[in-house]
Design a protein around this ligand. Structure first.
Ligand code: SAM
Length: 226
C-alpha cells in the first residue's frame, strides 16, 4: 500500500474527528480545499469558520464553495487567525481547527503565514477546541519564513504539557531535504470519537457519515457574525 501524502493524512484525521452538526475552524482558507472538506464533514447543520488575510483567497474559496453547494455552511472571514477567538460565540467549542500554513498556492508567495501571528492563533485554538477534538497543523520548511515558523511551532508544541494535550508529529524521513511536518494536537479531557478504524479508508471524503453528534455545542451565535 503506498504511504499517504501528509495532506491526505491530515484530511483523514479531519474525517475521523468531525461529526455532523459540528463547528470547525479552517485557520488558513487559501483556495478553499480544506474549507470545502470540513463543510462536507460538518453537514448542513454544522458550521465552518474560515480565516484568510487575502481577499483573493476568500474569493476563490467562495466560488468553490458555491459550486459545491456548501457556501451556506461556511463563514468566510477576512481576518488574521490570531483573532479567531473573537469570532466564536462564548461557550461554543469547535471540535477541529486546521492550520495548513504557508502561502496561497498560485498566489503571492511573499504573503505567507508568519510565526508572530501563527503562534497566538495556535494557542487560541488550543484554548477553544473541545477536549477530544483536534488541531491539525501542516508546517512547510521550503522557505526561510517557513523554517523559522516551523521551528517556533515545533518548539511550542513540544512544550505543551501532557496534561493539557497529546501531541504527535508525523513527517517523511527520506523523501526530500525540507519535508513538511504534520502535527496532531488533541486537547486532553476526552477521547476522539473515531468514525472509522484508523487508516481504514483510501479517500477521506468518500466515506459516509455514520454517527450522529451526541451533544452538539451551541455555535449558532458566533459573536462577530451576522
Ligand atoms: N487550506 C488552503 C487550501 O485548501 O487551499 C491552503 C492554505 S495556504 C497554504 C495558506 C493560506 O494562509 C494563504 O492563503 C494565506 O493568505 C493565509 N494566511 C497567511 N497569513 C494568515 C493569517 N495571519 N491568518 C489567516 N490566514 C493567513
Amino acid at each position: 500500500m503506498p504511504l499517504p501524502l501528509l495532506v491526505n493524512l491530515a484530511a483523514e484525521w479531519a474525517m475521523r474527528v468531525l461529526v455532523e452538526g459540528d463547528l470547525a475552524i479552517d485557520a488558513t482558507v487559501g483556495n478553499g480545499h480544506d474549507t470545502a472538506r470540513l463543510a462536507r464533514l460538518v453537514g448542513p447543520a454544522g458550521r465552518v469558520l474560515g480565516f484568510d488575510i487575502q481577499p483573493e483567497a476568500l474569493d476563490r474559496a467562495r466560488k468553490k464553495l458555491q459550486a459545491e453547494g456548501l457556501v451556506d455552511r461556511v463563514h468566510l472571514i477576512l481576518d488574521s487567525h490570531e483573532n479567531l477567538a473573537e469570532w466564536v460565540a462564548p461557550g461554543a467549542r469547535p471540535r477541529l481547527a486546521v492550520f495548513n500554513l504557508g502561502y496561497l498556492p498560485g498566489g503571492d508567495e511573499k504573503i505567507s503565514t508568519r510565526p508572530g501571528s501563527t503562534l497566538p492563533a495556535l494557542k487560541a485554538a488550543l484554548d477553544l477546541v473541545m477536549p477530544g477534538g483536534l488541531l491539525i497543523v501542516i508546517v512547510y520548511t521550503t522557505s526561510e519564513t517557513g523554517r523559522a515558523e516551523a521551528q517556533l511551532v515545533l518548539e511550542w508544541a513540544r512544550t505543551i504539557s501532557p496534561t493539557r494535550a497529546d501531541v504527535m508529529r508525523i513527517e517523511p524521513l527520506n523523501t526530500r531535504e525540507s519535508p513538511p511536518t504534520l502535527l496532531l494536537i488533541e486537547p486532553r479531557g476526552g477521547a476522539i470519537r473515531l468514525k472509522t478504524p484508523p487508516l481504514a479508508s483510501s479517500h477521506p471524503d468518500g466515506q459516509p457519515l455514520t454517527e450522529v453528534n451526541g451533544g452538539p455545542d451551541d455555535h449558532a451565535r458566533q459573536s462577530r457574525l451576522p
